[in-house]
Design a binder for this molecule. Structure first.
Ligand SMILES: Nc1ncnc2c1ncn2[C@@H]1O[C@H](COP(=O)(O)OP(=O)(O)OP(=O)(O)O)[C@@H](O)[C@H]1O
Length: 311
């Protein structure tokens, strides 16, 4: 039985200016104990899919199950199998950290779980804040409490919706260390993130959404192996020649150009030289998940096919 199953999920929003198909026939399973990444640009439909999973929104078509429980027909059992860490910082200012975790446990009908609450507090670096009032905590500490709240009932499936947006390095490390430990103990994890290096480091499999459709779904290693090329990175103040400009990813002075192999690297360098482009801090590196992601999102040939410079 998969931990989570999305079967032909579609969602249409109807508004004053017509209808928007935010999800269009999304189907995939997350296996028990799997660490799964859901990636996609802004507006791809990730939050909509997670809202449907959480029972906060209804699919227009299709079916979603959590540990075999239909999220609509069997909402309570499905919700109980999920630990959802929300994006926003929502908290009750009147309680201490420990109280808020006890109250949250009560919502799930869980009693006598103080040992687990202590484990959560220790694992998330909150042990010395157990009796602090929620409103006294910094934003990062509140976020840790939200993670703990999502896990009070030891759910088999943990959903993290952009958990590290605006979070400092220390909290990221604490969070990933703890989540990885839970994953080793058998909890499935569904992660959405815009930090592709996190997805590359943590996820076994990755689905990429674009405009409501799954455009890639594979083992992370397999997706990465599709990006066999070399990536040329350099800084320049000059405009790139028309032969290279459409292939380049430019961020300020930094340009990155994918190439197929060493001969491709030489071709690019020759074209830069010919065009009189002055290059600084040149590096040649392996293509990474970001390159795979961008080439898929730009609609390059097939999933995982990096754009190449003609040699
Ligand atoms: N309640 C709503 N009513 C109408 N349209 C909506 C609603 N919620 C989302 N949308 C639209 O559905 C599409 C998918 O949005 P969604 O928030 O799921 O994307 P996302 O992948 O989570 O994006 P982000 O990375 O920015 O969080 C977008 O075009 C969005 O504008």
């Amino acid at each position: 039985m998969p931990a989570v199953s999305f079967q032909g999920v579609a969602k249409t929003y109807r508004g004053a200016r017509g209808t928007l198909r935010a999800l269009d026939g999304v189907s995939f399973d997350i296996e028990e104990g799997e660490f799964f990444g859901l990636l996609g640009p802004n507006g791809a439909g990730k939050t909509t899919l997670i809202s449907i999973l959480a029972g906060l929104a209804q699919a227009t078509e299709g079916r979603v199950t959590v540990m075999g429980h239909d999220v609509r027909a069997d909402y309570t059992s499905a919700r109980r199998a999920l630990g959802i860490v929300p994006q926003e910082l929502v908290f009750d200012p009147f309680f201490s950290v420990r109280e808020s975790l006890r109250i949250q446990s009560g919502y799930f009908g869980v009693k006598h779980n103080d040992a687990w609450i202590d484990e959560l507090l220790a694992g998330l670096g909150l042990a010395d804040k157990a009796n602090a009032n929620m409103r006294q905590l910094s934003g990062g500490m509140k976020r840790r409490v939200l993670v703990a709240q999502a896990l009070v009932h030891k759910p088999p499936v943990i959903v993290l919706d952009e958990p590290t947006a605006g979070v400092d390095v220390e909290l990221r490390q604490t969070l990933w260390h703890f989540i990885a430990q839970l994953n080793r103990q058998g909890h499935a994890v569904l992660l959405t993130t815009h930090y592709l290096e996190e997805a590359e480091a943590l996820c076994w499999r990755i689905a990429m959404l674009k405009a409501g459709k799954v455009v890639a779904l594979d083992r992370t290693a397999k997706l990465l192996s599709a990006a066999q090329g070399q990536m040329l990175r350099f800084k320049t103040d000059d405009a790139l020649p028309p032969t290279l400009a459409p292939l380049a990813r430019v961020t300020g002075r930094m340009a990155q150009i994918p190439t197929k192999d060493a001969a491709g690297v030489e071709t690019v360098l020759a074209q830069l030289r010919q065009a009189g482009v002055r290059v600084e801090d040149l590096e040649i590196g392996r293509a990474d998940l970001e390159d795979v992601f961008l080439s898929i999102m730009q609609g390059a040939a097939g999933p995982g096919t990096a754009q190449e410079v003609a040699a």
